[in-house]
Design a protein around this ligand. Sequence first.
Ligand code: SF4
Length: 689
Amino acid sequence: AAMRKSRIKRTKTVCTYCGVGCSFEIWTKDRHILKVEPQEHAPANGISTCVKGKWGWDFVNSEERLTKPLIRHGDEFTEATWEEALQLIASKLTEIKEEHGSDSIGYIASSKCSNEENFLFQKLARAVMGTNNVDNCSRYCQSPATAGLLRTVGMGGDSGTIRDIEASDLVITIGANPAESHPVLATRVKRAHKLHGQKLIVVDLRENELAERADLFVHPKPSTDLIWISAVTKYIFDQGWEDKEFLNTRVNGLDQFKKSLEKFTLEYAVETTGVSRDEIIKMATMIHEVNSVCILWAMGITQHSGATDASTAISNLLLVTGNYGRPGTGAYPLRGHNNVQGACDFGTMPAWLPGYEPIQDDQARARYEAAWGVTLPSEPGMNNHQMVEGIDKGKLKALYLFGEDMAVVDSNINFVDSSFEKLDFFVVQDVFFSKTAQFADVVLPAAPSLEKDGTFVNTERRIQRFYQVFEPMGESKPDWQIFQEVANALGEDWHYEHPSEIMAEAASLAPLFAGVSYERLEGFNSQVWPVTKDGTDSPLLYTEKFAFPDGKARLIPVDWTKPFITGEEYDLHLNNGRLLEHFHEGNLTYRSEGLTHKVPDPWLEISLEEAKKRGIEDGALVRLTSPYGQVKVRAIVTDRVTGNELYLTMNTREDDEMVNRLTSSHHDYITHTPSYKEMSVKMEILEDK
Ligand code: SF4
């Protein structure tokens, strides 16, 4: 028995699903996962995990794993050696670069992979291949929040930690469903609400789980948030409830901003948003009556045509009421993926170097150029959206993508599919043969987090290490090793032996991470950026200064952008989102037996009124049609949604269930984040239950 026990290994890891960043010990024996054991000293979660972190790991041993490189021959893929695959990639990329220029190739990074991997990938794109055409899936989610925060407070991340959310007097969630999308964070809110008298306002189209517990649940008309937020802000000024001292000493742009609010009267807000006068006054009053307010938001704000402006309006409201820089206050755009924060932080963005130095900043670029011995391109590259359009127009000839199933998660995927068909050369690197891989010329087998070392950054800006548990399956390799081999096949001489060396390089180049090191991150230790050279980290931002040269925040006037409307025949509004048991499209969670057993299929929520009107019963199969495509899905009749508003979960295994067959290419006019939430459809019943 003693011998058997000694073969049990306990390894610290960080969850690979959502942005809460739960860490725990994973118990394994050979390749078997015995259990996941949370630890009291885990910084983000303590002893909590959710169903995905606890049970969602068997994808690692799935028989569907890619274990060898694949090369396309006509319509077929055949197994190849690494040597063959790397040679083909190097020769094709070189040929395309020589013929069409560096900017004819795009690079799409992964929010599932480590900081070190994202850092190396942007180095490959910028330093080796000479282009800033590099982006990640934050373009599909929180880019507008980042942009809204950058222009008001100077940094794009959450302004405090989960502990601040828990300590806050009033938590407001807007267009977010933390109970399912950020479950462990939501348990903090539930606990504070139940035990410590925290107040809770939930604003959403759908009466989600947190809404059921809220002190106030507000349901505005779709895509009108900027208006009621601005009306609440105006009402606060009208009552003289603004934080005058904070505004006088710490904020610029007050007069112009106040003037911009004039149009956001109660009457205008009530008429356009459907939020009642009482609700607007109640929200303003609740904010006024407490000491500390946190606002949490997600895709219900950011996936709209005017999403950056709506995020800006949230930040403006926090500034007006002095809710930055103190414990329990701040802005919390909740990050979706485990490392979407880190993918941005470590530079896989077309306009930013690692640590959010603009690519156009000559001094910053010079630092990298000196270290890498190259000249870097100085103009921002294409983002995801521009890349797909660029392929369609023949400007972009090749794409290198890793750990991202773009043919499922981008909007208007019928268009994305047709674009991918036009590529001259396409490299896809993933753990599984994804839908996107079907369009590839070369598919490279990658290793998931349990098969490598690295670090992730969670939604709090907290950097945490994860440790290798298993050997990579078959011939799969950690993504950072693959990038190194691709770079070397292209004539470079990279010789990183461990991700810690990559982190050391990033820390030496990006001031934001100056004091980050693997030693300081040992075990369950973590560091919240910015981290100064001596290792001091920054859980709470803006305690004394905002991140602008004069240290002052900026109130930015914003106006409402009308949502994209498809036409009268599309008479239903379709919302969409995650659910507890699956992560996004389900690429990983559908390879977990327990989770799939619990929730095998997506579903469509229909209101009682609409169901009655159309004679739809629970379980009926319906077809939804938009101008861009169709899906077939089973319906659930529920009072979570009301009127003509539908809700479709985004987990999917079938081609004709994918919500993005319906979405359009319309997007936030500033960041190009798709307006996934501005969608009208029509519905027909295909078969009764
Ligand atoms: Fe993983 Fe998020 Fe669940 Fe924590 S809350 S266990 S990070 S999916």
